[in-house]
Design a protein around this ligand. Sequence first.
Ligand SMILES: CC(C)(COP(=O)(O)OP(=O)(O)OC[C@H]1O[C@@H](n2cnc3c(N)ncnc32)[C@H](O)[C@@H]1OP(=O)(O)O)[C@@H](O)C(=O)NCCC(=O)NCCS
Length: 167
Amino acid sequence: MSPETPAPAPPPAGYSARPLELADVEAVHRLEVRLFPADAWPLEMLLAEVGHPTRRYTVVQDGAGVVVAYAGMMAVGDTGDVQTIAVVPEHEGRGVGRWLMERMHRQAREAGAATMMLEVRADNPRAEGLYSSLGYERIHVRRRYYPDGADAVIMRKTLTPEGDPRP
Ligand SMILES: CC(C)(COP(=O)(O)OP(=O)(O)OC[C@H]1O[C@@H](n2cnc3c(N)ncnc32)[C@H](O)[C@@H]1OP(=O)(O)O)[C@@H](O)C(=O)NCCC(=O)NCCS
């Protein structure tokens, strides 16, 4: 590995991570409904994502093996997209979300992406704060994008071989 490509950091202490498998989809869907009450993805959509060749999904487990977070990215051509990211409230604020974002940046770079995009609800300052601290910039607002009428903020970040800035 070249010196420009730092080794991936392990998940925060007490957590482990692995690729999402078909057997996880039902549990992840239950979390999805809980964490995104206004716009949860249907089970069928999650199932289609898992096996898709341009997607990489990750689950994070706590010490008891319970899935407490998940995230997925898509990389097509020179652009990666954060498809979803979620951490259950009892495990927020411990670095799991940041770690998942950095993992997706690495996966996208490895797939040849130079840019990462995402959309976030305009009424989600916590998530937007995390993305800003990782180098994302607002590039557009899609008015009333979500089913409940909330706006979507589109954010973009340039992926660098050196990896992500520290907060
Ligand atoms: C957004 C989310 C993924 C963050 O996960 P997390 O594990 O709590 O995040 P981390 O602990 O890694 O990092 C928190 C970062 O978010 C930001 N943050 C944390 N608490 C915050 C708050 N109260 N207000 C604003 N920003 C906050 C900070 O930038 C912080 O960075 P730090 O590393 O300097 O502390 C998580 O809150 C979540 O799943 N929310 C519900 C689902 C969701 O909104 N998903 C995003 C959809 S676009």
